[in-house]
Design a protein around this ligand. Sequence first.
Ligand code: ADP
Ligand code: MG
Length: 373
Amino acid sequence: MIEVRNLVKKYGNHLAVDHLDFTIEAGRIYGFLGPNGAGKSTTMNIMTGYLGATEGEVLIDGHDILKEPEEAKKRIGYLPELPPLYMDMTVREYLQFAAELKGIPRQKRQEAITEVEKMVKIKDVERRLIKNLSKGYRQRVGLAQAVLGFPEIIILDEPSVGLDPKQIIEIRELIRQLAKRHTVILSSHILAEVREVCDYILIISKGKLVASDTPENLERMLGDADTIEIEAKAPQALTKEILKTIPGIEQVSVKASGEEGVAAAVIKEKKGEDVRESIFRTFAEKDVPLLALQTRHVSLEDVFMQLTQNESLPEALRRKDEREKVKLPAEEESTADALKEEEAAEEEKVPAAAEAVWNSADGEGDEKNAGDL
Ligand code: ADP
Ligand code: MG
């Protein structure tokens, strides 16, 4: 339905959209999720033909948005971040004007306008000037304009920004209703919103697509990266030594627990392993008391934070990426080798650090993880 190929947008030297590639299929609700400045609005403006791209192309049902703008645009209703409302028009006048621009035949206009007014609940303000409306009502007028004529694809840039909680619930309900007949793409910097409304999430960070999947799959994929947190009554070095002897562990970071003589460790298991029992037995064998042991689930929130704050992808995603794109062999390094390498790396990096961190990857994100956990 929509194909975005190799899309690039530069503002001067600033790369706002960095080689985006994705496909939008009919009948789903898509969410562009990313922090402010990620490039969501720029991408939407290009997809809707409001802005030219530096490179790449956008096809709407096979029609190039730049080469066949009329064919492409009539399939799209767009609510930009700042809806182009005319403050001195009444709601009805504005929608009439929008209906003309959209080429809705004269005899069908009144009916079409009344239908969307009812849908977004603005019928009672249709004779008011737009400048006298609250932010929530203005947003609905913008939405009415986007939905007018019921185009196949409805694109909404941060539709709930500036709305109060009740209005947010209403707009979400409306989006779900629209999705029964339309393909909806919305953007948001709020994970909870996208997760609640969307069937499919595209996470954008610094102009790049860093992950795209259903909310469930994103969570499942990273659910593999569940971590185990322990506290042991032992020095950090000993805790680390003991953990090293346990098979099935992929990655460990050890730090002070805050309690004298107690070390805290965050452990990542290899896929499909459950090392909790081994941890318990091994520490018992060494006569080191385990004071705490718990599993921490990696939530979509964690995924989002990691994807958009760190320079690099988290472990689980990166491996998936490598397997799919670079086609690296899927087998992992043996833990022992990985640990040796990592230890060497660690000695170089933080010789005198209070925290001892090792990791089977490159050590990226370690400091963050250690600080977080
Ligand atoms: P988002 O909608 O995800 O918050 P935007 O697409 O608005 O992100 O912006 C992406 C990046 O491009 C930001 O760094 C922003 O400052 C920059 N940018 C957006 N519009 C312009 C513009 N007209 N001129 C220069 N830089 C811009
Ligand atoms: Mg934006």
